[in-house]
Design a binder for this molecule. Sequence first.
Ligand code: ATP
Length: 419
Amino acid sequence: MAIVHWTIFADNESDREQLFEQLLLGQDLPKELEYLKGMKGGLFSQSEIDRFIEEEERHDLNFLTAGSRQHLNTLSSGERKKALLEYLLSQDNEFLVLDNPLDNLDTASREVLRGLLSKLARDIPLVQLITRKTDQFSFPSRWAVFHEDKLRVIDNLSYLETITNTAPFKKSVPGPLNPIAQVSDPLVLFKKVSLSYGEKPVLHQVSWELKSGEFWQLSGPNGSGKTTMLSLITGENPKAYGQDISLFGNKKGSGESVWDIKEKLGYFTPAMIDRFRGYHSLENMLISGLHDSIGLYVQPSRAEKQLARKWLDFLGMKDLSQRYFHELSLGQQRLIMCVRAMIKHPPLLILDEPTTGLDDTAATLVVGLVNQIARSTDSCVVFVSHRPEPGLNPQFTYILSPGKEGSTGKVIEASAGMK
Ligand SMILES: Nc1ncnc2c1ncn2[C@@H]1O[C@H](COP(=O)(O)OP(=O)(O)OP(=O)(O)O)[C@@H](O)[C@H]1O
């Protein structure tokens, strides 16, 4: 009998963790999926990777990197995914639930994973949850929709036509609270930076120059060193010392403090959301971006509140100012976090994979927001993404290409940038 696979289109409004449980425990499933009941299932998801990282940190248990000296949390996001899949395949699972499997992967790795899954599909049922239409399996499957926490089987794909890609933001971006301190160009200057981790060369003679008002996309295959490049800017990488790097006019290692850098930097990566677990109103979330704090520990001024409301109005969330951040959908949370990073109008705004895990509609909104920020402010914007984001209009792309001695960098200028 032919093995039946499933593609489930999920939106960001629904609780995916709950669905994983239903599928893996065989509970409350539509009759078409009941054949999974009683079978041993494995979960391929970011949440599983996070769980293994926690195991490693707390109990020193290296399930995914057994046999390697490198810790899971130092692997690039693509490498982590590969390690998880290999582990799941070694566990004699009778079916796999895959949560947005192609997310975080570069084009070549996506093709490799597609090939692996096609092969695996000959042996065991695969159930894939996706939030982007383009991520469908390359082999036949049945379809279902997960919307408002309900799983519904569909017979054809006409449902997908109902997914709207909302028009981008049109209003102008609210200005800064205070006039921004002038910083001299270039904001960031890397001169022939080479870096290795132990024996592993990562960057080879990489030069990069970022100036005010520019709009960059940073791209390159998994493990090519994108996060490493960013960590040299954000101050999280001790290997920045001894390199020819200047940030905001100061040579690295010339006595600048982390705060000097943080003041001029807006930064967002989806993993940051985990740090905001408490009860934070949207208004306070945005204002905390002015203070670079997690949570708000000072009484906000009237001007700060007004500014936060202007941004909420810009986002079309004016009526949600007192709602708690954790009550929002994933897509709304990402918009708020991008604005939180931008609210002080930093000279440099870095957005590291802000669309990971989003559905098409939410990703379109984030891309629209970033385009508008890049178009109408003096901040230099750096957007990191594996996936070519439809509608993103960077002026320049910095591409890292791996080589024997580490990745080298190349600048590609768009023929019709936004600025
Ligand atoms: N602390 C570390 N120790 C050892 N190796 C590391 C460390 N940090 C990063 N690496 C390695 O450096 C290489 C570059 O990693 P990095 O995270 O910068 O890549 P990336 O381009 O951001 O990848 P991805 O797109 O998959 O997130 C990877 O091979 C990674 O395993």
